[in-house]
Design a protein around this ligand. Structure first.
Ligand SMILES: Nc1ncnc2c1ncn2[C@@H]1O[C@H](COP(=O)(O)OP(=O)(O)O)[C@@H](O)[C@H]1O
Ligand SMILES: [Mg+2]
Length: 394
């Protein structure tokens, strides 16, 4: 079955992978300047947010910060673009699943993440978080970025074991908007810090607490704060006295329990003061608990856990036919971060159509008879390097 991509500006949108209160997230692709397909994730704002110019300004300001980040544990943002009445965020596509989905899947299939996996994933995510916290402007002044929404669904784990933090930049704008509209905090209360649940001014240590809450859940199988209603949950979070992790899970290594306690201290001054300190504690744990731990181990787990989906996703990719514009000069939109990203940014080279002639593999690989007959190179030189003739042909 062939499906047609939905093209907006430079991007071809394929399957929708998430639908939130504020945006839809699609898998998609564009073409890079070397002519190949380049996978992206596209976050498309819902229409009522697009019309809210104050919101868009705030979002642009936040993404301006995010676009400066360059770290292997933070998903890259390529552009924030206003095109054909939509606002899109084009990001690095992480071929994998978010941590929330993976934990659920692990529970269902009885193949859960081990403590070493958990420590490794969290150490990587905290590395990315620290990079964001350290961000400075062009004069070298600290930008004091706070993620505000460190949660399992914002930690992506690739099938190759890569760990990437997402959803920076949007949390603040979202929170401001909701707060001004309704006067109360709404959203993902579950992993908030107590100061966040009070509506106080936040610093990086708020993210440290949230990461602690995520670690707690990964280690005990239960979120630290639970309540019947959102209001009760807010009070639980403000109290910040969860059941000790080793009471919930007596098998939890004590060293890991100590790390959780420290990161979730109610008083900011009693927590790890930076994500890096927190990360180092986890790395230290890993060194004694599983000294041979490698990223490949996480990759193996992800591939095992999601084997059926990986196959389905690969197959689905081949079903898409390009929605190519007939005439050139199409609207590629206005990049709201253009000044920030500069003229050499990757997006500037993205194109909605293959920039070089590529042919289906069947056309590239000639059958033997025609090859012997004509000795024609098959259209373009890459084919020669792609297809090595079998020995007996030489
Ligand atoms: N760059 C990406 N690569 C792959 N999947 C992604 C990417 N960004 C988001 N997703 C998927 O979409 C979900 C929602 O994206 P997110 O940016 O967190 O939006 P929301 O504002 O709804 O939380 C994520 O939890 C993840 O499953
Ligand atoms: Mg999210």
């Amino acid at each position: 079955m062939e499906r047609r991509t939905r093209r907006i500006g430079r991007y071809h949108l394929t399957d929708r992978i998430a639908f939130g209160g504020m945006a839809e997230v699609f898998r998609g692709f564009t073409f890079s300047d070397d002519g190949y397909r380049f996978d992206v994730a596209i976050k498309k704002l819902l229409p009522n947010y697009v019309e809210d110019s104050q919101f868009v300004t705030m979002l642009t300001d936040e993404y301006r910060l995010v676009s400066r980040m360059d770290h292997s544990n933070v998903a890259r943002v390529y552009e924030l673009v206003q095109v054909q009445g939509s606002i899109l965020v084009a990001m690095e596509y992480v071929d994998g699943k978010d941590l929330r989905a993976s934990v659920e899947k692990g529970r269902e299939s009885g193949d859960r993440l081990g403590y070493a996996d958990v420590a490794y994933i969290m150490a990587c995510a905290l590395d990315g978080l620290h990079h964001a916290h350290q961000a400075v402007d062009e004069r070298g002044d600290r930008l004091d970025v706070v993620h505000r929404d460190f949660s399992p669904s914002n930690v992506l784990v690739g099938y190759d074991g890569a760990v990437k933090l997402i959803d920076f930049g949007i949390a603040k704008a979202r929170q401001n908007r909701i707060q001004t509209k309704t006067g109360i905090i709404k959203g993902k209360v579950k992993y908030m810090s107590p100061e966040q649940a009070f509506g106080h001014k936040l610093d990086r240590r708020s993210d440290v607490f949230s990461a602690g809450s995520v670690l707690y859940e990964l280690c005990t199988g239960r979120p630290p704060f639970r309540a019947k209603t959102e209001i009760d949950l807010i009070f639980e979070v403000r109290e910040a006295t969860p059941t000790p992790p080793r009471t919930v899970n007596p098998e939890l290594p004590p060293a890991l329990a100590e790390i959780i306690d420290r990161s979730m201290a109610r008083a900011r001054s009693a927590r790890y003061q930076t994500s890096l300190e927190f990360r180092d504690a986890l790395v230290q744990f890993l060194r004694t608990y599983a000294p041979d731990y490698r990223r490949t181990r996480l990759a193996r787990y992800m591939k095992r856990l999601w084997s059926d989906e990986i196959e389905d996703e690969l197959r689905a990719l081949e079903e898409w036919a390009l929605d190519l514009p007939t005439e050139p000069g199409e609207d590629l939109g206005t990049n709201l971060l253009a000044a920030e990203l500069g003229p050499d940014a990757p997006y500037a080279k993205f194109s909605p159509r293959p920039t070089r002639v590529t042919r289906p593999i069947d056309a590239v690989i000639p059958d033997r008879a025609s090859d012997e007959d004509t000795h024609e190179p098959f259209g373009f030189s890459e084919a020669k390097t792609l297809v090595t003739p079998p020995d007996d042909d030489r």
